[in-house]
Design a protein around this ligand. Structure first.
Ligand SMILES: *Cc1c(COP(=O)(O)O)cnc(C)c1O
Length: 307
């Protein structure tokens, strides 16, 4: 099972950077670059590798317990890492109505990778920070399990994502854009890119609560604010995993223009936001603008395709 050994988490880093010719940007004198974090690792794509790797190093082979929704990329990445490195994983899944039902493809992958799934009701899930609730969950996990938070976003993860910002800085990027779930990736990216460049985050959940969470993550990771970042809350398209036809049409068109499959839940919303911002004149002529491709669509994931 573990014949590949620990080196099988070896990443492709720095991730490639690809210039794309898109008149919606070139018309404004803006150079669009795709930062291909989706190519970092076949089973832990994108920011999931950057966030998990430092946490797994700290766990040092102990079992890992973590949290996610029924379609969580973070749960899948954690399960894959457990399979590749040979440590036990427990996934606490939001929604007890899922228990005893056939697993969706995402959770089926987790289970096939050996993850033990614990389905909890939404109130319990929300209370997962409570020491008593957590203790109860840990009793159902292998002894000595290390807890990694939802989405993998903690101080270690944020510091791991600072490397993404440094890679962009080294390549002369002026503005970087990233889609945000927990905001952990943006918190690190902005710090690594530095105060004299700009980072734009596109939240894919509605609510407007993310700014405070990013500040808290930066406080935990760096002891205070870091980098020059802002959020544009206009592009969530109704909320998490909502992909109305306008977004779908945009993504299909982008794919046709540039021959790259576009993940819909995060990446499509970020790219849509960038096209809008460019049209609004948000980027001065001469700007090197990097769009971080944090993941890829399900169907083209290599391990899904090979099963
Ligand atoms: C998890 C994920 C994100 C969000 O990352 P956060 O650090 O939680 O903001 C963005 N894009 C993709 C493809 C993801 O899987």
């Amino acid at each position: 099972m573990n014949a590949l050994g620990p080196s099988s988490l070896d990443p492709l880093l720095p991730s490639p950077m690809e210039p794309v010719d898109d008149e919606r940007f070139t018309r404004h004198g803006v150079r669009l670059l795709l930062k291909r974090d989706d190519l970092i690792h076949p089973d832990l794509p994108g920011n999931k590798w950057r966030k998990l790797a430092p946490n797994l190093a700290a766990a040092a082979g102990r079992p890992v317990l973590t949290f996610g929704g029924a379609y969580s990329n973070h749960l899948r990445a954690t399960a894959a890492a457990g399979r590749l490195l040979g440590f036990p994983t427990t996934g606490v899944v939001r929604g007890d109505e899922l228990a005893g039902r056939p697993l969706n493809p995402s959770l089926a992958r987790c289970a096939a990778d050996g993850m033990r799934l614990l389905f909890v009701d939404r109130a319990t899930y929300r209370a997962k920070g409570d020491p008593e609730v957590l203790a109860r969950l840990l009793r159902q996990a292998p002894p000595d399990s290390v807890v990694v938070p939802e989405g993998g976003s903690n101080a270690l993860a944020v510091r791991g994502c600072a490397e993404l910002g440094r890679e962009l800085r080294d390549r002369g990027v002026d503005v970087a854009a990233v889609a945000c779930g927990t905001g952990g990736t943006l918190a690190g990216l902005a710090a690594g890119l530095g105060d004299d460049r700009r980072t734009v985050g596109v939240p894919v959940l509605r609510g407007g609560f993310l700014g405070g969470e990013i500040r808290a993550l930066q406080q935990a990771a760096f002891g205070g604010p870091a980098g020059a970042w802002s959020l544009d809350e206009r592009f969530h398209f109704g909320g998490y995993a909502r992909t109305p036809s306008e977004l779908e049409a945009f993504a299909t068109d982008f794919e046709a223009r540039h021959g790259l499959a576009i993940e819909r839940i995060y990446v499509a919303k970020m790219l849509y936001g960038l096209v809008t911002l460019a049209e609004e004149g948000a980027f001065p002529a001469g700007t090197a603008l990097a769009a971080v491709i944090t993941g890829r669509p399900e169907a083209s994931q290599s391990s899904a395709a090979s099963r």
